[in-house]
Ligand binder design. Structure first.
Ligand code: HEM
Length: 407
């Protein structure tokens, strides 16, 4: 008897998708798979067209508090509570509840708003690279750049006061670092919730002109969010916008340095960075296995997803679908194709994608300019790959725990 498919599927090289995805797309695009960590059976969706069709299907739910919602790992009750606010703020809501909160925040993430942050993001990246260069000719780009840029950008975005930034960043690090113990994560999520609570209370009294301040003013007219939901929204932005960008900086650097000539080409033509970043996102998405469950029966691709069934979307596989992307297995810095699903699709499509692209663009533009001879200090095979579960237990995340480089 053949072994049932397990998700995540084992990989031969951690930085390449499992070969099984190609077979699944061709032969069994919506397959039964088991989540061994929680011993649950789900449907695994691997083809680009099915991923898009189902992620826009209102019969699938994002309600992660429903017992039918597939989790990548059993979440301890305490941590679950820590993220209840964040889930209920937006990402765990279905239609029609999702519409009003999304409308409240969408204006904060337009290209115009993100462009206002550009000079500050540039400063953040430059400061980090100054520190790296001052330290000699080798560095761990994971701790010294990849984790720092999003942490500092989020502090800026949320209007964290200068004298609290160190505390905020320290707690965030503990919360998101894969090596942190469960107890340390509980403590950090508690500390950050209390911190956000204070931050929101302060801004309710004196809003100021930053994202949360403007949100509070708007909320006085619309009354969409309760106080607790505002705190939840701040937590969601922190969690959603940190780990993802850190991992993408690391995985993007690896993709760029693995591809012969790509780093040098970007140096010669820095404007290529916009297309290159898009290709990094397609080629090596940080999130695989986006979960949902069916509220009603759904007939698709010759199978019936029954009400109550869990569904996992392989964004990695959809991004390598040859029906959509020619030579999908190739990293082509000139491709610039935005049809990848690394930011999800449908109503929950990443709210922060303009910000994420901008952080990545500024990081890589600056990296090639300021450290022109950058290279990996170890073989790709020896990089400490980590496959973890996102802090809220919802997604499997690809990344590294260190990124030794030299120049
Ligand atoms: C490369 C970086 C990023 C990646 C790969 C990424 C990926 C994703 C994905 C796949 C989703 C969909 C989740 C779902 O359908 O359940 C999502 C949603 C979301 N992302 Fe991102 N994200 C990134 C950066 C950011 C940033 C910088 C922010 C904001 C600071 C952000 C805020 C959000 C929010 C608020 C949602 C929920 C939207 C909703 O439910 O309507 N993300 N992201």
């Amino acid at each position: 008897m053949t072994k049932p498919l397990e998700f995540p599927i084992a990989r031969r090289c951690p930085f390449d998708p499992p070969e099984e995805y190609a077979r699944l797309r061709a032969e069994e695009p919506i397959a039964r798979a088991r989540l061994p960590r929680v011993d649950q059976e789900v449907w695994l969706v691997t083809r680009h067209d099915h991923v898009r069709a189902l992620l826009t299907d209102p019969r699938l739910s994002s309600d992660r508090f429903d017992p039918q919602f597939p989790q990548h790992r059993q979440l301890q009750e305490q941590l679950r509570k820590g993220f209840a606010g964040a889930s209920k703020a937006l990402i765990g809501l279905d239609l029609p509840e999702h519409t009003a909160p999304r409308r409240m925040v969408v204006n904060e993430f337009t290209m115009r708003r993100v462009n206002e942050l550009r000079p500050r993001i540039q400063e953040i990246v430059d400061e980090r690279i100054d520190a790296i260069l001052a330290g000699g000719n080798e560095a761990d780009l994971w701790t010294e750049l990849a984790t720092q840029v999003p942490a500092m950008t989020i502090s800026e975005l949320l209007g964290v006061p200068d004298d609290r930034r160190e505390f905020f960043q320290r707690q965030t690090e503990v919360l998101l670092e894969a090596g942190s113990s469960m107890e340390a994560q509980f403590a950090a999520s508690g500390a950050l919730n209390a911190f956000m609570e204070d931050l929101i209370t302060g801004k309710e009294a004196d809003p100021g002109d930053d994202l949360l301040g403007r949100l509070i003013v708007r909320n006085r007219e619309t009354g969409v969010f309760t106080h607790a939901e505002l705190v939840g929204m701040a937590m969601l932005l922190l969690v959603a916008g940190h780990e993802t960008v850190s991992n993408m900086i690391a995985l993007g650097t690896i993709a760029l340095l693995r591809e012969p000539g790509a780093y040098a080409e970007l140096q010669k033509d820095p404007d290529l960075v916009v297309k290159t970043v898009e290709e990094m996102l397609r080629y090596q998405p940080t999130t695989d296995g986006l979960p949902r469950f069916a509220k009603e029966d759904i007939e698709i691709g010759g199978v019936t997803i029954k009400a109550g069934d869990g569904v996992m979307f392989s964004l990695t596989s959809a991004n390598r679908d040859e029906e959509v992307f020619d030579n999908a297995a190739e990293f082509d810095p000139h491709r610039g194709d935005r049809r990848h699903v690394s930011f999800g699709y449908g109503i929950h499509q990443c709210l922060g994608q303009n910000l994420a692209r901008t952080e990545l663009e500024i990081t890589f533009r600056t990296l090639v300019r300021r450290i022109p001879t950058l290279r990996l200090a170890v073989d790709v095979a020896d990089l400490p790959y980590k496959e973890t579960v996102a802090i809220n237990g919802v997604c499997a995340i690809d990344g590294v725990s260190a990124l030794p480089v030299t120049w």
